[in-house]
Design a binder for this molecule. Structure first.
Ligand SMILES: *Cc1c(COP(=O)(O)O)cnc(C)c1O
Length: 406
């Protein structure tokens, strides 16, 4: 067989395998903007797929902030932050985050993925230990692997398992550093980490904490500043990561903490050093998004979001929810895709989340609510889900009856 034939065979066999397992994806192209509705190729549908929790991705002030920067004539930053890519917009964004988070300093990255993979290897290496929650986002897993540190995974939100790994790490690596990595809100499950307990353990074992606030920033806490702020524990978390492409409505991410942390990352985070800086207009849009998040308008948007969450939870027979992520756990990949397609035919876009976003066999529909949804949207979705299956949810994961004949 020719080399060209091998290559083509390789690609088509890989793709066939992905398709066979119900994991093939072909992202739909959207017209217009993120919002309550989105225009998909099939038509206009209600959007329950976005992490734009407050509707800021299309907010006039966020768009205008980008436009002002663009009007200065630069579409790109031109080089890495360390060479000639640091502009006023980057510094303004970092000052905004530091001030809102009550930290000494912050440093921005071109994405959450880049922030994690730049930061963790800058802090840990061979001889150190990274303790990862089982449900950690892929960028945290990749960052831990990239660092070369020993990785130990603990069962999701299990404090006693975390403690036993801390004990192990401090005995086994007495001179190594120990970094605990947790998320404020788990993106595919919609639950929070037990932050207080994690901090108590971290201090007991002289470990450090990297807290990924991707889905908490803008959504919870005073002025929308996330879980650490909600618990009043911001000053006891060494590394606070926030992303700017979700509730902030723009793109990018920041790491907030001490001035020394910022300086160390600027000097050793490879994703910052060896990558072109985010365009200034993106940094400006992100700063504008954060300012809205922290403003009375942001408070109003969170109030509206909480009303939608409470209403949807009530319709599903749940109580005590305050996170706008509702997973409907179905398990089977193909069945989840069929359910998502069925909802889409009803004009409701609820994405099918599958491996590698979640473990194999734990496929789910992931409903995200936003402040731009109207009460009737929530009712329509709840009715459609009930039509899908009459069963009511358990705890924070909505479980529909497992019926393989479906
Ligand atoms: C989305 C997400 C990231 C990655 O952020 P990007 O800016 O999209 O690269 C990191 N962590 C968590 C928990 C996320 O949900």
């Amino acid at each position: 067989m020719s080399r060209e034939g091998d290559w083509t065979t390789f690609l088509s066999e890989r793709l066939d395998d992905i398709r066979r397992r119900g994991l093939f994806r072909d992202p739909p192209r959207l017209a217009g903007t993120q919002g309550r509705h989105v225009q998909r190729p099939e038509g206009r549908v209600l959007n329950f797929s976005s992490n734009d929790y407050l509707g800021l991705a299309s907010h006039p002030a966020v768009v205008e902030a980008a436009r002002v920067e663009l009007d200065r004539g630069a579409a790109g930053a031109g080089s890495s932050r360390l060479v000639s890519g640091t502009f006023e917009a980057h510094e303004r964004l970092e000052a905004t985050v530091a001030s809102l988070k009550g930290c000494e300093a912050a440093v921005s990255f071109s994405s959450g993925y880049a922030a994690a993979t730049g930061c963790i290897p800058a802090l840990c290496g061979p001889g150190d230990v990274v303790l990862l929650d089982k449900l950690s986002h892929a960028c945290l897993v990749d960052a831990a692997r990239l660092s070369g540190a020993t990785i130990r995974v603990f069962p999701h939100n299990d404090l006693s398992a975390l403690e036993s790994r801390l004990k192990w790490a401090s005995q086994r690596h007495p001179r190594g550093r120990i970094l605990i990595v947790a998320e404020s809100v788990y993106s595919m499950d919609g639950d929070c980490c037990p932050l207080k307990g994690i901090i108590a353990l971290k201090e007991c074992y002289s470990a450090w904490l990297f807290l990924d606030e991707a889905h908490a920033l803008g959504v919870i806490g005073p002025r929308g500043m996330g879980l650490a702020a909600a618990c009043g524990l911001g000053d006891r978390v060494e590394i606070q990561m926030g992303t700017l492409g979700k509730a902030a409505g723009a793109h990018g991410a920041t790491i907030a903490g001490s001035r020394h942390l910022r300086d160390l990352l600027v000097n050793s985070a490879r994703s910052l050093i060896f990558s072109t800086a985010p365009p200034p207009h993106v940094a400006a849009a992100a700063a504008a998004g954060l300012e809205i998040i922290a403003s009375p308008e942001g408070e109003q948007l969170r109030l509206k979001l909480r009303e939608r969450i409470a209403e949807f939870a009530r319709l599903l027979g749940e109580t005590g929810r305050h996170i706008p992520i509702f997973p409907v756990l179905l398990g089977c990949e193909k069945r989840t895709v069929a359910c998502s397609d069925g909802l889409l035919a009803d004009g409701l876009w609820v994405p099918a989340i599958r491996f590698p976003s979640v473990a194999r066999g734990s496929a789910r529909l992931r409903v995200t609510l936003t402040a731009v949804h109207e009460p009737e949207d929530i009712v329509r979705l709840a009715e459609a889900l009930r039509r899908l299956d009459g069963k009511l949810p358990e705890r924070n994961v909505v479980r529909l009856a497992d019926n393989p004949s479906r």
